[in-house]
Design a protein. Structure first.
Length: 279
């Protein structure tokens, strides 16, 4: 029996509320072991949004126009069972894939996250990551430049920062189609300059920085219904080329789709994070 593909779905998305008084927003990365909560000084609000299904309309978005782009690609590596195999097998093929899809001259993968939705389980460790249920962007300009310094040889950094570079996530469902808790992506063309604000990510020994996103009625949300393990999406988190008409980043979030049939396999996915450089 063919599964019907909806044109849209309506979902509750969790947006950020900026802290009052102009103070810098922060969030601790390590969760409280009892509650699974992370200490922060900013709030959230749920908003009902319509999310358009791009199945059959995948070509209406590109990484430079909307900030994300879908592709078909069958991975040689399929087990995703342990980090060592992922580094040895999935990283090299993904580097070549990103190069071929973007035209980049150099791609450096700096980490990955496997997410497995497990209702009731605390998201309190690297091997227990759940889908992220808040609208966000992984990097800011400041943290993106810091990533180049952190992950590339010091001698290469000045020249690399002179040219165009991006941070791009390569996201793929694993095991089964991502019908449960799909990935929502916000078209960059619908984002206003006042929507994002930086959030300090407080680690025990250093700080990172991400972008939280405030609600805007103009936001245009998209998803690809039933994304399979043979489909990937490139998600732009930063672009040093900030010309008019070029997407700089993509707000995104996992979301609970109220149309998901009972008994649907729980979402599992992997995202790779890449520094992408151009000659």
């Amino acid at each position: 029996m063919a599964v019907s593909t909806p044109a849209t779905t309506t979902a509750k998305l969790l947006y950020a509320v900026e802290p009052e008084g102009g103070v810098r927003a922060y969030q601790h990365v390590n969760a409280d072991p009892t509650t699974g909560e992370r200490k922060r000084n900013y709030g959230f609000e749920n908003k009902d949004v319509v999310v358009e299904n791009l199945r059959g309309k995948e070509d209406s978005v590109t990484i430079d126009t909307a900030g994300f782009q879908f592709f078909k690609h069958t991975s040689k590596h399929t087990s995703f069972a342990n980090d060592e195999e992922i580094h040895q097998e999935y990283y090299p093929e993904s580097i070549e894939l990103i190069k071929s899809l973007t035209g980049a001259s150099r791609v450096v993968l700096f980490d990955h996250t496997i997410r497995r939705r497990r209702p009731g389980q605390l998201d309190d460790g690297a091997d227990r990551r759940q889908p992220v249920a808040q609208v966000h962007v992984d990097q800011t300009k400041k943290s993106s430049i810091a990533r180049v310094h952190r992950h590339l040889p010091a001698a290469d950094v000045p020249k690399l920062l002179e040219g165009r570079f991006q941070i791009i996530n390569l996201w793929r469902p694993i095991g089964n189609p991502a019908i449960d808790w799909p990935l929502g992506l916000c078209d960059y063309r619908s984002v206003d300059a006042k929507d994002p604000f930086p959030v300090a990510l407080v680690y025990p020994d250093h700080e990172g920085e991400t972008l939280a996103i405030k609600y805007n009625t103009n936001h245009k949300w998209k998803y690809l219904h039933g994304m399979t393990p043979d489909e990937v999406v490139l998600i732009k988190c930063f672009d040093s080329k900030q010309d008019a008409g070029i997407a700089v980043f993509t707000p995104h979030t996992g979301f609970s789709d109220p149309t998901t049939p009972e008994g649907t396999p729980l979402r599992e996915s992997i995202e790779l994070r890449a520094l992408v450089f151009y000659d």
